[in-house]
Design a protein around this ligand. Structure first.
Ligand code: 2RA
Length: 329
């Protein structure tokens, strides 16, 4: 299968290549794609070297699948061109996520919505993916009324410049600032840009994408997204109020039984999820599951996942795997 990776030189694009190789995806021809300024650079895939090509040339090669992680503008312009050439696009930007024509997919939750007609499929935002993985099975069982989430997000979500800023700050060096404030020894309540309503786009993604994936606009979500000096993954403190009451051990069992979730929740031995241990893994880790005694039918939990893997690259590759396994491409 001819597979294009658009944004192959970027942080997520590099993880997409790694995950495609790790999961032995049936790539017969890899087409690494990047912006004109990166054309000609070399990337590695399955121990071989490939030369990056431009978007025009990539469309002409008519790949069966194109994994995009190249920003919304590139996706808005080029995903339709790939689709018109017969390619199925799986896009990691926010460009198509809330478009009613485009499916927003977390395979373990709603891959069954996909058909061969879907030519531009949206990969949800990283902080949404890990949260809905835990919400979905609980919503089915107890019917979620409201979610209050605070995120503690890895600086890898901002991009390589932020990682470099943190490394410079650790080393006491001056360098280019991805943020107008220090990241080291700080917590910045500002992920993405602020909207009129005082929330950031990142926070509104958690609200809007969750409703779409759960197919239930009645689920109320309010979010605060914080950037912290961590690189392994995003962490989330989630408070959920259900329509119906629940039994904590049954909640743990439902989560443990859900594919892609690992419950790490044993306070006797200080077992709970942490980004330093989630890094490089594809599971969504859930712990600190406990009843919220301040509110009926409510509980708290702590959710951690590698934002570059299950939060982006692995989720996209899993969508591609579903398409191949079900002969939708
Ligand atoms: C972030 N979710 O973490 C966004 C982009 N990947 O900044």
């Amino acid at each position: 299968m001819k597979v294009a990776v658009v944004g192959a030189t970027g942080m997520v694009g590099q993880v997409m290549l790694k995950v495609l190789a790790e999961r032995n995806f049936p790539v017969t021809e890899l087409i690494p794609v990047a912006s004109e300024r990166s054309v000609g650079t070399k990337i590695e895939f399955r121990d071989k070297e490939f030369e990056v090509i431009g978007l025009e040339d990539a469309v002409a090669k008519k790949p069966e699948i194109a994994l995009f992680s190249a920003g919304g503008e590139t996706s808005l312009e080029w995903a339709p061109k790939f689709a018109a050439a017969g390619t199925t696009v799986i896009d990691n930007s926010s460009a198509w996520r809330m478009n009613p024509e485009n499916k927003l997919i977390v395979p373990e939750i709603n891959a069954s919505e996909l058909t061969s007609e879907d030519k531009i499929i949206a990969n949800p935002n990283c902080s949404t993916i890990q949260m809905v993985m835990a919400l979905s099975p609980l919503h089915k069982k107890y019917n979620i009324k409201r979610v209050v989430v605070s995120t503690y997000q890895s600086i890898t979500g901002t991009g390589v410049k932020a990682v470099e800023q943190l490394e410079n700050e650790y080393a006491g060096k001056q360098g280019e600032m991805a943020y107008p404030y220090p990241i080291h020894r700080n917590a910045i309540p500002h992920c993405d840009v602020f909207e009129e309503n005082g929330y950031t786009k990142e926070e509104m993604k958690l609200t809007n994408e969750t409703k779409k994936i759960l197919q239930d606009d009645s689920v109320a979500v309010t979010a605060t997204a914080i950037r912290i000096p961590v690189v392994g993954g995003h962490s989330e403190s989630v408070n959920i109020t259900f329509e119906n009451d629940f039994e904590i051990n049954e909640v743990r069992r439902i989560l443990s039984d859900f594919p892609g979730i690992k419950v790490q929740d044993n306070l006797d031995v200080n077992t709970y999820p942490m980004p330093i241990y989630a890094e490089g893994k594809d599971d969504v880790f859930v712990g600190r599951i406990r009843r919220d005694n301040s509110q009926a039918n409510s509980l708290n939990m702590w959710i951690v996942a590698d934002n570059l893997r299950k939060g982006a690259a692995t989720n996209a590759v899993q969508i591609a795997e579903y398409l191949v396994e079900n002969k939708l491409v």
